[in-house]
Ligand binder design. Structure first.
Ligand code: MN
Length: 735
């Protein structure tokens, strides 16, 4: 266990003005408070907060953060109170420790609604002081490093929570080292076999490549040095999880060195970055499509660097990052690095807040909370934004609009202004008319075409990726749906009053809305339209003496010109505003949707839960479900009225398989087919059909139909296949 003077020494190495007495007091206080408590490993409990503090000294953080780390478990696990900490260490540290105590019990992998609520609490606690997050991340890192001591049944849960929430949060705050270690530790726990297979392939690769990495390092530094730039060049093996992610997402052949090793060129100034880039591009051909300049347009989390890939020494593809040493610090430590270049006397919350766009992201997220979206909407929004990288687009006037990856021109329109989004009818991307559902790329210039009196189609909601667009579309859709229901309800009321042989007067009905427990005429109409109020009750509210329809009138009510959607009509899909009320007693009248409307998947397009989907209505035939990435959707671009916003409505307790098709290319060797079948089987996939589609001397291509539960399940199988030596590529058909 680290001694008191060792901790102080670590802090003093980067902060000459450290308050040693304060650190000493915290060390002694926490050690006494935890007393004889033990960790599951048998170590004294105090070793844990001490390790957490040590992790934070690596990030060169200020005294208050280190002290909060030492004290972070005291309020929860010992007799210590907030008042006591305030008294001894001051209210600022007291607030940090209390913030950490509040978020300690939050369960972030529970049921959707609870999870959202908890994530909200977590972010609110962080919003007060971002140092709460820094300590929390260090706390989680130490707990993940010592995961083997956690009871077995809890390990997966902790790892899943780390992978889903804490690792992306660390990344979002620009702390890449932290993120990568958290991801790797989680991955190892959650997919031990995949982790092992990647590790063993890395090992094989390392043995066959021998001195190659050192040779590339040498050749790169000599080339740059010849131009008078002093640079440090370092090759680095990527971590298993980031290789795994690549295998899940892209068709990556494991053999490509560029997928396994990254090289970094560190220089002193921005000018030298571009000079080094010039040297590299002059000497070796660049691989098209891989060049990114995050120095001129930094990422949202402050990341700055030049990325490029060249066909380098030994005809190997070499992935390069070129940056200054200062940019490197920010890339490694993110939000924590902002303290490093400041006066180390007092890196206050202010410093962390003002200089960082990562913190701005946090602020924006908190604002979204304040706007009062439901917890589920919030989670959806936050998760999407956490996991997506971003694209940089421009308005025709050159204004930069930063969007999450996979954003569409619709997201762009809403990012410019809600009014622009609501009235958008088309878009020009780089001067060419493009579908509103297309995916924007880095550097696109987007011009939004608007028209007055437009309402955004509800289906857009499942296409957009930004929370802002989604919330606005939902609002507009709700208003439009409500107006439709109110119009329908008004007709129903008029007809019911006429049938009862009474006089209809809107004025009189306005006076009677209170009797129907509604606050306005519009509310009454909408409620009737939705089926929440029976038309007869409205007649009674208007004419209390009326006793209801005669039996022959009741019979005539059937088949009135609108259809009732029946319960169980579409088991798999939820159409917001339509199927949300499946009780036949209050079944919703909807025009344009027929009784027993069939719902089916697009041919060859097989969608699985997790895919984002859209329904296309074909009158007289039914609804066809397409995954959002399906190119076939472009054919319906001109007919927005046929687009339906559909959602998966899968019962988690009643898992069901969905068919997808993948194409696997494997080497011709004995047992390769058996291996592929085994991998799919072990992962719980069900092979429905398998056929060889072509065969050469070395490779066989096969088309496999698999039944999977959802996208995560499918991606797991695909990545696992890609990790095997006999497999050279795996592609999802229409994926
Ligand atoms: Mn702890």
């Amino acid at each position: 266990m680290m001694r008191q003077y060792e901790l102080v020494e670590r802090v003093r190495r980067y902060n000459a003005n450290t308050d040693e007495a304060l650190l000493d007091r915290a060390y002694v206080y926490a050690m006494r408070a935890h007393g004889t408590q033990k960790r599951a490993s048998g170590d004294p409990y105090f070793s844990h907060p001490l390790e957490v503090a040590a992790i934070l000294t690596d990030l060169k953080l200020d005294d208050a953060t280190i002290v909060a780390a030492l004290l972070h478990d005291t309020i929860e696990d010992t007799d210590t109170t907030r008042d006591e900490i305030d008294g001894i260490f001051g209210p600022q540290i007291g607030a940090l420790v209390e913030g950490l105590t509040k978020i300690k019990k939050l369960d972030l992998v529970s049921k959707q609604a609870k999870q959202a609520e908890n994530l909200r609490k977590l972010l609110l606690a962080i919003a007060d002081d971002v140092r709460v997050l820094l300590v929390k991340l260090a706390d989680r890192l130490h707990n993940m490093r010592t995961l083997k001591w956690v009871p077995e049944e809890k390990r997966n849960r902790v790892a899943q929570e780390t992978l889903d929430i804490y690792a992306p949060l660390a990344g979002r705050m620009g702390m890449h080292d932290m993120r990568e270690e958290l991801e790797d530790l989680s991955f190892r726990q959650l997919s031990p076999e995949a982790y092992e297979s990647i590790r063993s392939r890395l090992q094989t690769l390392k043995e066959s490549n021998g001195e190659l990495v050192a040779a590339i390092e040498r050749e790169l530094s000599e080339a740059v040095a010849q131009k008078g730039v002093s640079a440090m060049v370092k090759g680095r093996e990527k971590r298993p999880y980031s290789i795994w992610r690549k295998m899940e997402q892209k068709s990556v052949a494991f053999e490509q060195l560029s997928d396994i090793y990254g090289f970094r060129i560190l220089v002193d100034t921005v000018e030298e970055c571009y000079a080094a880039l010039g040297v590299v591009h002059t000497k070796w051909p660049l691989v098209p499509g891989r060049f990114k300049d995050y120095i001129s347009t930094p990422k949202q989390n402050d990341y700055r660097s030049i990325h490029t890939t060249v066909v380098g020494p030994g005809r190997q593809r070499v992935e390069l990052q070129i940056r200054t040493r200062m940019m490197h610090e920010v890339a490694e430590y993110g939000i924590a690095a902002h303290a490093i270049y400041k006066d180390m006397g007092a890196p206050t919350e202010d410093v962390l807040a003002r200089d960082s766009s990562a913190y701005a992201w946090l602020r924006r997220t908190i604002e979204l909370l304040a706007e009062g979206s439901s917890p589920e909407e919030f989670l959806e929004h936050t998760k999407l934004e956490l996991f997506h990288d971003q694209v940089f687009c421009f308005t025709p006037k050159g204004r930069l609009i930063i969007l999450p990856r996979r954003a569409t021109p619709i997201d762009f329109a809403y990012a410019v202004h809600t009014g622009v989004g609501d009235r958008a009818v088309g878009a020009k991307v780089n001067g060419k008319v493009s579908p509103l559902v297309s995916e924007l790329q880095n550097g696109d210039e987007v011009e939004v075409i608007t028209a007055e009196g437009q309402t955004p189609p509800a289906a857009w909601e499942s296409i957009v990726v930004t929370g802002k667009a989604r919330a606005a579309i939902r609002r507009a859709t709700r208003a439009a749906v409500r107006a439709q229901y109110a119009g329908l309800g008004k007709k129903i009321v008029e007809r019911a009053v006429a049938r009862a042989g009474k006089a209809f007067s809107e004025e009189k009905l306005t006076g009677a809305v209170g009797r129907l427990a509604r606050s306005s005429l519009e509310d009454v109409y909408a409620a009737v339209g939705r089926g929440e109020i029976r038309p007869d009750d409205v007649v009674k509210a208007l004419h209390p003496e009326w006793t209801g329809p005669r039996p022959e009138e009741k019979a005539a009510l059937k088949g009135e010109g609108w259809f009732e959607l029946e319960q169980g009509q579409s088991l798999k899909f939820k159409i917001p505003g339509i199927e949300s009320n499946p009780d036949p007693e209050t079944a919703i009248p909807i025009r344009g949707i027929n009784r027993g409307l069939p719902v089916r998947f697009a041919p060859n397009g097989g969608a699985v839960p997790g895919d984002r989907i859209v329904g296309i209505l074909t009158p007289g035939e039914g609804i066809t479900i397409y995954p959002i990435q399906s190119p076939a959707l472009q054919d319906f671009e001109e007919e927005p009225e046929r687009w339906l916003d559909v959602r998966w409505d899968v019962d988690e307790n009643d898992a069901q398989r969905f068919p997808v098709q993948i194409v696997v290319v494997a080497t011709n060797e004995p047992g390769s087919l058996a291996q592929i079948a085994q991998v799919i089987g072990e992962r719980g996939g069900n092979i429905d059909n398998l056929r060889m589609s072509s065969r050469s001397a070395d490779f066989t291509q096969m088309v496999i139909d698999i039944g999977v539960y959802d996208l995560r399940h499918l991606n797991g199988i695909v990545a696992d296949l890609r990790a095997r030596e006999v497999v050279s590529s795996v592609e999802r058909v229409n994926g």
